[in-house]
Structure formats: structure tokens, C-alpha cells
Design a protein around this ligand. Sequence first.
Ligand code: C2E
Ligand code: CA
Ligand code: CA
Length: 684
Amino acid sequence: MDDLSLIRLLNVFLDSLEDPAFVCELGRDLQPGQCLALNRAVSRWLGQSSSELYGRLGQMLRQGRPAPPEVAALLTQEGQASLEVEVSDGQGNLLAVSLVCRLLRAGERTYLLCRTSLESPRQEAGLQVQLGERIMDSLQEGVAVADGQGGLLRVNPALLRFMGLGPEQTREQSLEWLLSRFTGLDFQGQILPSLRAKALWRGAASYPLGPFPGALYQVSLSCLLEEAGLISHYVALFSEQSWDCTSQEQLLHLAHYDPLTGLPNRTLFGERLSSGIAHARRRGLGLAVLFLDLDNFKTINDSLGHTLGDHLLKAVARRLLDCVRAEDTVARLGGDEFLLLLQDIGNPTAAAMAGRRVLQALSEPFQIERHELFVSVSVGITLFPHDGEDIETLIKNADMAMYRAKEEGKRGLQLYSPSLNNEVNRRLVMQNNLRRGFTRGEFLVHYQPKLRLSDGQVTGMEALVRWNQPEVGMISPLEFIPLAEESGLILPIGEWVLREACRFTKDLHDAGHDHLSVAVNLSTRQLLWQFDLVDMLQDVLAESELPPEHLELEVTESVIMRNLEASIATMQRIRALGIRISLDDFGTGYSSLFYLKKLPIDAIKIDRAFVRDLPHNREDVAIIQGIIAMATSLNLQVVAEGVETKEQMDFLRSSRCHLMQGFYFSRPVPGEDMDDILQQTNAA
Ligand code: C2E
Ligand code: CA
Ligand code: CA
């Protein structure tokens, strides 16, 4: 946490105490220094303004009894000390007052919390915890505290009030969830980088789905660091915007419009929808809410740059405005998400027609600078009063329908139906099952060998996780990894796979196959969001005693591109441990060639989409040969994935591809079977 927010939090903390209390810095010798924060009771008590007191309180402590060296000794031994000080009551009288002073540590620094000693020692003992909770509960400001992985630990009553939720509704949720609800920003892409760079992120927020749709909040998000520099907690403070810092008009605008496109933001959309509903109710009309999401915006943004991405969003906004009527509302939710409110739409057919108009309008290419860009969108539609009667339900339904549209293949349109609701419930049930399955040990790791094309030797294998659910059977990672990502369970699962894989490989080494290396897949969250990733890796290596150069991590291009700088930084730290990194699913992203040189990687894995039609598809032949030539010139190893036929293998060999992996040689197999495979190839 930076000094300012620390002091701010301290002030709030102290003001919630009734008795005089203040906090001073302590020097290395535990000598009291400058006062950092004090509560109003201190000024009342001493009859002086707080600005006069800041300089004086430290001095008062230094002149107290016992003398500073003795106080320092007490603090070292017991963590607290009682101190007798003399204070002037402001009318020239000196009073002797007892203070209880406790040592506080925050990172490398130490502070002294001093209070007049009115409480009994027993109460004093539970002070920190109890007070911490009481303070949070008494604050007007909303506070959320999350652990180092971003899981919410506590949301105070004020914040629950802003959201109109009960405590159970935020249980098991993440900070990412909370902040994206309030800010509409992409946590990974837009908040985390600044948080990492400055240990602080500030922004404006609102919560149109709650009871105060027009309210604007200022959020400051900071992190508490442990001694090793790891993040132990996140603290998010939501204060209601005060009106004195900017002109009211400016703030009102800020609070209601998206600065990039000039469209209404989610707050204003909430207000318009609310009055739209009231109006429709009075006149017995219906209305439609459309949730719109660009399918390929991320790719465009990442590959062609944010400036161009911004231009594109503005152009999309203009087209959307062109295809609705004046009384309708087009809003931007943030990122590439838009909401449309269409008045006076009575039935699903009319709504679907409106949706198709939107798709049509966006299907023409966009001319941005020198690029001709095609965007594809997914649209979810819901109707008032047909599907829901309040803002929250309508937006949620439209969102759900949009998701379904995306799942059904992009560029689609989907009307809300109650079965979609079931779909969402099904996901929740799945997430619970997943958690239970993991704790019950239903997960396995299979291994798929990688073969050196020049001599047919197995050089290593990729670890692929499996979920063997007793009632259902084997479930594909393609199905449960996204769920695990969504619920945060990917972190323990990922760590478990890694431990398994390293232990397994070390056993193979001990059995005489000490040239083998193992590749483990890293998920988005692990690379971008697991702050102790590098330490964890180090730990796993130490525990398994596998030499680091025999561990390889597979990272997909799309994950890296989500946050290039942060990814590169983490990858560099990983490689500094001696671990290799390969770029998975190579060729499926946009920007591959351009970035390849910049990335700290050792190998690329050509996606099986390019291998499938070899050697007959001339385009794929050219692409593969190009990739191999270029990667080789950059000193990268090249692995071809998804090799299913002898023809493909022969072609790859003659093209000087280094390694291959695929069903032709072996499917992913349980660990026990790897032994046989190794025996056979060694014998051959
Ligand atoms: P991936 O990293 O691209 O893994 C390769 C996938 O291709 C595996 O699917 C593998 O079974 C399949 N495959 C291998 N050879 C062939 C072939 O010749 N033909 C065809 N059609 N497919 C082949 P799997 O095991 O279902 O894994 C799917 C994806 O799930 C993986 O794609 C990876 O992204 C993810 N995944 C698997 N295990 C883990 C894990 O432990 N952690 C994380 N984060 N992701 C994992
Ligand atoms: Ca992989
Ligand atoms: Ca792959």
C-alpha cells in the first residue's frame, strides 16, 4: 500500500475510535518520529488543531516516562509499552496522562499506535482483530479485502449497501468480479498493469445494478506486501465522489458518459432503462435490451494497437447510433461491450428484426487508417415485460443470451429464454463439482510423448490434465479448464499438475531416462495473475529435484498478448530459473511473427490447424516452411502438434521441423504406459 492510502486508512481507522489515539513512525532505534495520523479526539483532548499536533506528538513521546531506551526495550520484548506523558490542556495546566503504545509492523517499517489507556488489558489484546472488523463495519466508505490470489475475504456493510447485496452473495467471489462490476474495466488488461507498476490503482466507478444507479464512486485499490515483496492482500476502498473537487457539470458528465465514444455509460443506461420501464408500464408497451459484444476485438486491438482499437470502437459506436431511433439508447459498458435500449418493441419477432439490423450494420468492413477491418458481433436480446421486469434481470438476461450467441458460433443473435437461466445454474453446479472432484482426487495427469524427427527418439512429453468423474467418466480439459479459470480453481489445479509432472519425470530420470523433459501448460490466470508463480515454480523444482532445464512451460500466444509487458516480465523471471518456455498454439493469433523476436521463449509449437491438411494444402505447406525457416533463424526449437499420419510426419521431417507430437505416434497416455513407450523406442 502506498503511503497516502496507508495514512488515509489509518485516519479512518483512528477516527472510528472514541478515545484519543494517534500513530507515529518509529525509527530504526525504535525512537518515535513524525506523527502520521491522529483522530479528532486527540485535538479535542489537547485543545489544538491537528496540524499543530503532527509535529508535537512524537516529541511528547520522547519526553515521556520511562525514557526512550527503556520504551524501546519494552517494545522489542513485549510489543507494547505504557508511557506516562505530560500534556498541556491548552490553558497552561500540565496534566499527566498514561498512554498504551503498541508496535505495528507494515512491511519493513514500524509504527507506534498510541492510545489513552482507558481499556482493560484483556480487551487490549484482541484489539487489532476486533478493531479491524469494527472499523470496517463502521466506515461510510465501502471496503473490500481480498487475499493475494484475488479471492474476496471481506466486504464491509457499506459496500454491500452500495450494491444492494447480502453478504452471502459476495462469498467465493473474486476481486476481479467486484471491480469489473463497478468499473466495467478489464481487470487483467486495464487495472492490473498500473497496480503492478505503482502498487496503486485509482479510478471512477458506479454500480447501476444496485439501489443507487446514479451514484459515482472513487475507487482506490492498493496491495499489502509481505516481506518478500509478494502481495498478501488487496484493499479496495470505494468512496462516494465528493462534489467539491471538480465542477458539478463535469462530474455529472463523467458519471454518465463514456469518455472514448461519448456514448452513455452503464450508469446512464441504467437510469434510461429505469425510466423506459416506467414509461412502458404506464402505456402498456414493451421494450428490448440488446447486449452486444465484439467477438474479435481483442485480436484486433492486440495486433494493431490500442489507438486503432479506439478508432474502431468509435466507428462501431457511430454505426450503432445510425441504426437506432432517436428515442433509443446506445451505451458502452466498457471494453468491447455495448448495450442497446430499444423502446416500444412488443414481441420477440420485432426484437429479433432489430437485432438483425444491428448485425447487418456492423457486417460492412470498417476503414480505419489504412486497414480494412471486419468485426463480428454476438448479440443477446431480452424483452420487457416478457423476460423480466427490472433493470438487473433484464441486463443479466441479455448478457446471458449474448454468451449463448457466442457459444453457438460467433456472429450470432440469441433471444433470452428461461432455459438459459438453467444453463447458468448448470455452470454453477459444474464449478462446485469441479471443486469437489479436485479435493476428492479425481484428477489425473496423462502424458503425450514428443518425438525428435531426425532420429525418432522420445525427448520428452507434455503433461495434460484429465478429470475422471465417477458418474460421467473422463471429462476433457477443454470443458473444465475454462470453468476452473472462471472460479479461480485453476491455481491449485495448475500447481498440482506441475508437482505431479515434475515428480513423475524425476522418477523417469531415476529409472535411467534422464534426458527427458516435461512440458506443462500454463493458463491465463497463472501467468498474469498468480503473483507467487515464480516462487511456486522454484518450490516445486526443489521439492522434486528435477533439474530446471528439464521443465518446460507452454504458454499460448493469446495469453501473452492479453498483457504483453506483464507476460514478458514474468516469462523472463521464469527463464532466469532455468526453465524453458514454449509458445503454444502458434499461428492461431494475429501478431505472431511480429512479436516472436521480442518474446523470451525457447520453442514454438505449431498449432495443429496448420498440420491437419499437410502435405496437400499448398498454403499450409508454405506457412509451415516459412515458420520453420524463421523460427530456426531465431534459434527457436520447432514442434509440430497434432501429427496424425505418416505422410504428415514425413513431410515435417523433410522440412527440418525438430520435434513432433500427435496421435500418429501416441495419444496422451497414463504415466504407467510411458514406460512401455520408452522401452519400445529405445529398443527400435
Ligand atoms: P494443447 O496444449 O494444445 O494440448 C494438445 C491437445 O491436443 C491435447 O488435448 C491432446 O490430446 C490433443 N492432441 C494431441 N495430439 C493430437 C492429434 O494428433 N490430433 C488431435 N486431433 N488432437 C491431438 P487435450 O488433452 O484435450 O487438451 C486440450 C487443451 O486443454 C490443451 O491444449 C491445453 O490448452 C488445455 N490443457 C490440458 N491440460 C492442461 C493443464 O494441465 N493446464 C492447463 N492450463 N491447460 C491444460
Ligand atoms: Ca500445450
Ligand atoms: Ca497446443
